[in-house]
Design a protein around this ligand. Structure first.
Ligand SMILES: Nc1nc2c(c(=O)[nH]1)N[C@H]1C(S)=C(S)[C@@H](COP(=O)(O)O)O[C@H]1N2
Ligand SMILES: [Mo]
Length: 399
């Protein structure tokens, strides 16, 4: 069945490999995004996997290497759930000017789901895996054809130990094929590119995937999606600088650290979206509730402001419950009493580290590597755009 029929709530950018965004911001208004409205981002064709034959291999710095079946994964370990709003780092790429490379995602490469599975640290403990700070866990997708780069991501061990899951359920149902059936990694609070789908191997390592051993492991490149893609690369750079290891994991902190000229897309940047009213709506009421969501990766959202004049002046919005944990979106509302006219509405979130969404995306000539002067750095692959004017909406208030 075609992707559009199976996922009626998605707007398909490319059908094979499957790349589709949520069709409307309204799909993000409910507390959990239904599975059929949650975006899909995939580099290779979606594999058809028989869960009864699937195993996850545990390799590297462990006392006993092993292959774990899906039934062992479910039955032999504790089960945990996390509500995680996941954003593709290419979300909002469409607003880069000039265009950045890649599919032109609007605002819809984002979704909020409850993910259920086995804590990775329970597996490491059972098989004597090393879990010291400074080590990495590399997760490898099993879907790449023999002549293609393997989708592999290296996650710092401190994050793995904290809360990473090998998830087999999304919103209480088995994963769908496109979302990683039968098992995927979930790295809560981090950009979607870290949450490897169709996991077939996890390996405890001293470094990230880096160097000859990994650019040619049995004839395939495992480094592309860690070291080349998913890096903040200004227009003037030849390519991102590859590192064997880094000791700073916040995406923001890397952007500000001269040792790492091309930040890795790790935890999500602070961002917000107005969900109601809808873009281009005509409103006839004298009191209007402006509502939306905000999120900030590993940090909490500290403050949300609303502007009804395109960012000239700001007023605080209030937070709305319930609280679904540190990686769930924060909902907000603001009651507005407008006069008739045309308005540009925007929201701006600030995290507990006092990081605020910038106004715009910079020009490529500025060579920014981080957020400066209220500008998000234009970068070659168009990652991480959290500028509030990119996400502003226009409404008309009728007489
Ligand atoms: N094996 C594998 N895992 C993958 C990908 C992929 O192409 N292959 N895409 C990644 C990217 S870039 C994102 S944003 C998320 C998307 O997850 P979803 O399709 O469930 O929304 O999966 C990640 N995991
Ligand atoms: Mo992504």
């Amino acid at each position: 069945m075609a992707l559009t029929q199976r996922y009626p709530g998605l707007d398909v950018l490319v059908s094979d490999p499957a790349n589709a965004q949520t069709a409307s911001r309204a799909n993000l208004a409910s507390h959990l995004t239904p599975r059929d409205e949650h975006y899909i981002r995939t580099h290779h064709c979606t594999p058809e996997i028989d869960a009864d034959d699937w195993t996850v291999s545990l390799t590297g710095m462990v006392e006993r290497e092993t292959d774990i079946s899906m039934s062992e994964l479910r039955c032999d370990f504790p089960t945990e759930s996390v509500v995680h709003i996941m954003e593709c780092s290419g979300n909002s790429r469409r607003y880069f000017d000039p265009d950045a490379e890649g599919d032109q995602w609007g605002d819809g490469a984002i979704g909020n789901a409850v993910w259920t599975g086995t804590p990775v640290c329970a597996i490491l403990d059972e098989y004597g895996g090393a879990t010291d700070n400074g080590l990495w866990l590399s997760a490898m997708g099993g879907e790449a054809p023999p002549d293609k780069d393997v989708f592999c991501r290296s996650i710092p061990m401190s994050k793995v130990r904290e809360d990473c899951l090998l998830a087999y359920e999304m919103n209480g149902s088995p994963l769908s094929a496109e979302h990683g059936f039968p098992v995927r990694l979930i790295v809560p609070g981090w950009f979607g590119n870290n949450s490897v789908k169709w996991v077939e191997e996890i390996r405890v390592m001293e470094q990230m995937v880096h160097g000859d051993e990994w650019t040619d492991r049995d004839g395939r490149d495992y480094t592309e999606y860690q070291q080349s893609s998913y890096r903040i690369t200004p227009a003037q750079d030849d390519g991102p600088t590859r590192h064997a290891s880094v000791d700073v994991f916040s995406t923001y902190d890397q952007m500000e650290d001269e040792r790492f000229p091309n930040a890795y897309l790790f935890d999500q940047l602070v961002k917000s979206l107005i969900i109601a009213p809808a873009d281009n709506a005509t409103i006839s009421a004298s009191r209007v509730e402006i509502a939306g969501i905000a999120w900030a990766g590993e940090e909490d959202v500290e403050r949300i402001e609303i502007s009804t004049d395109g960012g000239e002046s700001w007023r605080d919005a209030e937070f709305v419950g319930p609280d679904f944990g540190p990686y769930a979106p924060t909902k907000f509302r603001y009651v507005w009493e407008p006069d008739p006219g045309e308005y540009t509405l925007c929201s701006r979130a600030t995290d507990e580290g006092e990081r605020t969404q910038p106004a715009t995306v910079s020009d490529p000539e500025q060579e920014l590597r981080g957020i400066e002067n209220d500008q998000y750095p234009w970068n070659k692959k168009g990652y991480g755009n959290n500028a509030y004017l990119s996400h502003a909406i226009t409404v008309e208030v009728a007489e």
